[in-house]
Design a protein around this ligand. Sequence first.
Ligand code: SAM
Length: 285
Amino acid sequence: MSHSIGILFIVATPIGNRTDISARALDTLRTVSLVAAEDTRNSGALLRHYGIDTPLTALHDHNERSAAPALIQKLQSGLSVALVSDAGTPGISDPGALLVDAALNAGITVTPIPGPSAVTTLMSACGFLQNSFLFVGFLPAKASARAHELLSLKTQTATLVFYEAPHRIVECLSAFGEAFGLERRLVIGRELTKVFETVHRCTLGEALLWIEEDPNHQRGEFVLAIEGAPPQEAPDVSTHDVLLQDLLEKLSVSDAVRLAVKITGENRSKLYARALELTPNKNDN
Ligand code: SAM
């Protein structure tokens, strides 16, 4: 008798407020055969709160590699498994990628059940108009490695999002100031969805004063968003060289420039001058 193989569900759970869990997530946790959890006590408490008694097994950073094969076997034998982490979305600065990778390699269906994550929660409330953001997550703990990574992000125009532990928040904010200057805007998301939730927007210079003025400001869980670098100057016309060269192969200089202006919206005389530079020997006919 043939049996179908199970599904691996990746289930997002609350980042604080226990009611931030979807009906679909609860249904899934209730109906799977097994819940693989980063911390079985923590997830056990959540499951009990919702009257769910699905068995739990541990899957965390330290055993993911050794525990994954047994879970894959269970999935292949037809059991469905839900993966949860301590908070938010598995795989986002949390274990999970290794198991998902093994499941996909084994041809197992992986179904994400979306829900909270500290990164998207803060991005929805930061009010920066920039559309793109770069999720950096946790920076290295060592000061030199952290400074190095921040320096590499200095000209990044996307909003930058970081996770940080409370015992490193002060040094982290001063490292931001050193790397990006004191004028850039920052949003501090502290204890999101919890009793002492704070969303505080200020400049990097003001952030240092704010964090130091009250010891309570340094407590809890933090997600930080920093406005990206201002965009570079409008692209130089030489960035249209490829297009101009293509057009100049088939058209006269004036026809090529006319078309290039239409396509790029760039200034005509600039493109004309550049077209002449690119074709010193071409007659305009
Ligand atoms: N998987 C989680 C997610 O989807 O956001 C992140 C897990 S990571 C191990 C934990 C870090 O996320 C915390 O140290 C903190 O930086 C951030 N975080 C989690 N919950 C938070 C909350 N309620 N408020 C602010 N930051 C939070």
